[in-house]
Design a protein around this ligand. Structure first.
Ligand code: BGC
Length: 377
């Protein structure tokens, strides 16, 4: 905790107001009355891209909740371009941001801009993606990314009849063999290796038993990884796999996909290759409960997604920023898992849920994440 930063922030934001807010309403507990801990201070929020719906949901949720706390917000999207994100963060620092909430594009490229943040005593919260190779971040808020990976594997294995959705073994499960191809996320995103490891640890026993076969032989993270989580690149890779490995008339039975945007590319490749929804359509996983993918689950093209409630993630990030600026305790629940190369970053991890056709309504509609209208299309 950088006490100097906290004091500076309080006094630059107007000492009287800040102190009054501290006394009357502890950070994050004023119910968003607009007279909360914010005191009109500016918070910079850097998001990676608008090309994925989930980050739009994140950005909106963080902005709304910060504003409800009385902060001003500079919300920027960098369209997956690293120099753009760096200069957006530089601008936030120049404009006098009192704290930064950053979902990085490449978690290793922000060291020098975060030096500037540190020189200006600005606290930094890494949002969903760990920022690596720097001392200059304070906290990390994310989901339990290893479990997300396990859930993605369980989705595929469940669709094939091999385990329950929570990974529990099924008695008299089929012996297979099932052909499953593996995709991973962007190698510059720390989350991607966590998702991959969680998934592989669940798939490996089935691969060892011969129940699951990665027919292409592409079982390394490097072979499976899709830079910048780009759906078109995933589509191309799936096309190549179909040509190189399945031209002999054999079929893909499952695809481990770590993100809905990749799943949509994979679905296009399969459709173009003549697969159609029905008996021979493979089981495909995903992540983020993006609207088009929820519809694809409804129509049977995608088997499952992983729901990570961005409203909850935003809430924790806002509570962290608020507590940092008010010098109150920041809540964390993990101080072991996320070593960023320089130190183990104190983290708050949220939990995720597998969504399949049967629980779309109970998980996504009943929680107000999507309306029944929206998922119908
Ligand atoms: C996030 C995922 C998302 C992916 C692609 C990851 O860092 O944790 O939720 O699917 O980025 O945007």
């Amino acid at each position: 905790m950088k006490t100097k930063k906290v004091l500076l922030a309080m006094f630059t934001a107007g000492a009287m107001l800040a102190l009054a807010a501290c006394a009357s309403s502890p950070a994050g507990t004023d119910g968003g009355s607009g007279e909360g801990a914010g005191n009109g201070g500016l918070i910079g929020v850097a998001m990676p891209t608008k090309s994925s719906e989930r980050w739009i949901q994140d950005g909106n949720a963080v902005k709304e909740q910060l504003e409800a706390q009385g902060f001003k917000v500079d919300l920027q999207y960098a369209e997956d371009d690293i120099p753009t994100q760096v200069s957006q963060i530089e601008n936030m620092i120049t404009k006098g941001a009192e704290a930064l909430i950053i979902a990085s594009i490449d978690g290793t490229t922000l060291s020098s801009v975060l030096e500037q943040a540190a020189e200006n005593e600005i606290p930094v919260i890494a949002y969903d993606r760990l920022i690596r190779d720097t001392d200059n971040i304070d906290y990390y808020v994310t989901f339990n990314n290893y479990i997300v990976g396990q859930q993605q594997a369980w989705s595929v294995l469940n669709g094939l009849g091999l385990v329950e959705l929570d990974g529990t073994a099924i008695a008299d499960a089929p012996a297979g063999p099932f052909n499953v191809e593996l995709f991973a996320g962007s190698p510059d995103d720390n989350n991607a290796t966590f998702f991959w490891q969680g998934a592989i640890d669940e798939l490996q026993p089935f691969i060892d038993a011969g129940t699951v076969v990665v027919k292409s032989g592409q079982t390394n993270f490097e072979q499976a990884a899709i830079l910048r989580w780009d759906g078109e690149v995933a589509q191309k890779r799936m096309e190549n796999l179909l040509t190189s490995t399945y031209s002999d008339g054999s079929k893909v039975n499952g695809v481990l996909s770590p993100y809905d945007g990749l799943s949509r590319g994979i679905i296009s490749a399969l459709t173009d290759a003549g697969y159609s929804v029905g008996a021979e359509w493979p089981i495909i996983s995903g992540q983020d409960a993006e609207l088009d993918s929820v519809k694809a689950i409804n129509s049977g093209e995608q088997f499952a997604t992983i729901f990570k409630d961005t409203r909850e993630l935003a809430k924790v990030a806002v509570e962290m920023a608020s507590a940092l600026l008010n010098g109150t305790d920041v809540q964390v629940n993990d101080t072991e898992t996320y070593d960023n190369g320089n130190f183990v970053v104190p983290s708050f991890l949220l939990s995720s849920q597998v969504v399949v056709k049967d629980n779309i309504t109970s998980v996504l509609v009943d929680s107000g994440y999507w309306t029944a209208e929206e998922i119908k299309g």
